[in-house]
Design a protein around this ligand. Structure first.
Ligand code: ZN
Length: 437
């Protein structure tokens, strides 16, 4: 799939250090492996049936900042993201609105691309839609059947049989164990399975947690011919196949929102490991979910703040005209990526004020620097912050699990006090946070 134009990222003097990152699978801060000096990142993409909301933006921003940290440390990055462009919610929305599912998906992918570009997000190097890899995914399901890690379940009203992954069998006979990624007990797993796309109550399965690998064609649903029958892929195996094809096995970080920890990331890892014998990734990173009006932002509840509306100045109740993309980034970056928090409408104004204060501080420091250069012998000068010292502090906070709230506080103080080489600090805000002054 086509992506979007990459943002400009200024070069800074010196280099940062590779960030220490929280690994959901171990519960510890770690330096995940960077094979051959390249940080390999996979982040689960959208199901394109509705516009990008601030919860999505918060997740993708976390992984944008992660890549900026690696790049500043002189580490090359390879970034892959999928698009789940065939899935139940997409088909339901298409059916409900009378729009062809393909047209709905294409329109929403276009809008996502535009939102990501306007927010200055680093685009993926591999941007792969599920419908572009149906043959490869079906071959992986066939392979899982052949290896004894999958089984067929009789399916009423379908052209064939659904195929499920055998969680207990794979836990026993492959290198993966249930719970390798998700730190939850079985009761929690069952609850999340029911809430997040699983079907624990489906009869005929060996274990209620067993996830769907291949859905046999139903009347009126899009389907593809394949060696495992006519149908379409299940959710987790898509990401297993797309991620390992793009990045190989044992890549650096598998990322997404915390609602993907289970079942999605647990079983994406399970399928990949059962197929290859190697773990999917070294670390699993998850961004916190964003609430609005008292609940997690979700399509089903309808409490969404759309990025495109903020950028166009049309979010209900929004004052002050179209939002500056840098202000949206600052509003999100004021929260650590792992925190769960609630967006308030006033957050945008607060962020815009902070942006304005930084821009004013930059101008003031530049004017002072011009005065110094014009009259170098005029003493005394006020005590200004050293730009190189500020950059060092920013890098230290970034390397500590991407601590953006601390970085914002460092910049607040520096612009307030005045900076000896102000343009360097503006470049640092741009390069490390994607905030343009
Ligand atoms: Zn995924």
């Amino acid at each position: 799939m086509r992506t979007w134009t990459p943002p400009e990222i200024p070069e800074l003097p010196g280099t940062g250090t590779a960030p220490k990152l929280f690994n959901t699978a171990t519960g510890r801060l770690e330096h995940p492996a960077i094979p051959e000096g390249r940080a390999l990142l996979y982040v689960c993409g959208i199901t394109p049936y509705d516009a990008t909301h601030l919860g999505h933006a918060f997740t993708y921003l976390a992984f944008d900042i992660m890549q900026r940290a690696w790049r500043d440390a002189g580490i090359e990055t390879v970034y892959a993201q999928n698009i789940t462009d065939i899935d139940d919610p997409l088909l339901e929305r298409a059916h409900d609105t009378g729009v062809d599912w393909r047209d709905l998906a294409d329109g929403q992918i276009g809008l996502f691309r535009s939102d990501m570009f306007r927010l200055g997000m680093i685009p993926p190097d591999h941007y792969v839609a599920v419908t572009e890899r149906i043959d490869e995914i079906a071959a992986a399901v066939r392979d899982l059947l052949d290896r004894g890690f999958a089984y067929r379940v009789p399916t009423e009203g379908a052209a064939g049989e659904d195929v499920y992954f055998d969680v207990q069998g794979a836990s026993r006979d492959s290198q993966w164990r249930l719970g390798d990624v998700a730190p939850y007990d079985r009761a929690t797993m069952l609850e999340f399975s029911a809430e997040r796309g699983g079907d624990p109550d489906r009869s005929g399965k060996r274990d209620p947690l067993d996830p769907l690998l291949w859905r046999a064609a139903r009347e009126g649903e899009p389907s593809w011919e394949s060696p495992v029958g006519v149908g379409r892929p299940g959710w987790h195996v898509e990401c297993s196949v797309i991620a390992t094809e793009a990045l190989g096995g044992a890549f650096t970080v598998q990322g997404g929102g915390t609602d993907l920890v289970f079942p999605h990331h647990e079983f994406t890892a399970a399928h990949a490991t059962a197929l290859s014998g190697t773990p999917l990734a070294h670390a699993y990173s998850h961004a916190g979910l964003v609430g609005y009006h008292g609940h997690k932002m979700s399509k089903s509840r309808g409490n969404l703040v759309f990025v495109s509306k903020l950028l166009n100045g049309t979010h209900p109740g929004q004052t002050g005209g179209p939002a500056d993309p840098s202000a949206i980034r600052l509003g999100l970056l004021a929260h650590h990526y792992r925190s769960e928090w609630e967006w308030q409408d006033a957050d945008l104004e607060t962020a815009a004020r902070r942006l304005e204060a930084w821009r004013t501080g930059l101008e003031r420091s530049e004017a002072a620097r011009a005065r110094d250069l014009a009259a170098p012998d005029d003493a005394p000068r006020e005590e200004r912050a050293s730009a190189l010292g500020v950059i060092q502090q920013l890098r230290a906070a970034l390397a500590n699990d991407l601590d953006t709230p601390v970085m914002l506080a460092i910049l607040d103080a520096a612009f307030d006090r005045g900076i000896d080489q102000p343009r360097l600090v503006a470049d640092a805000a741009h390069a490390l946070l994607g905030v343009r002054l």
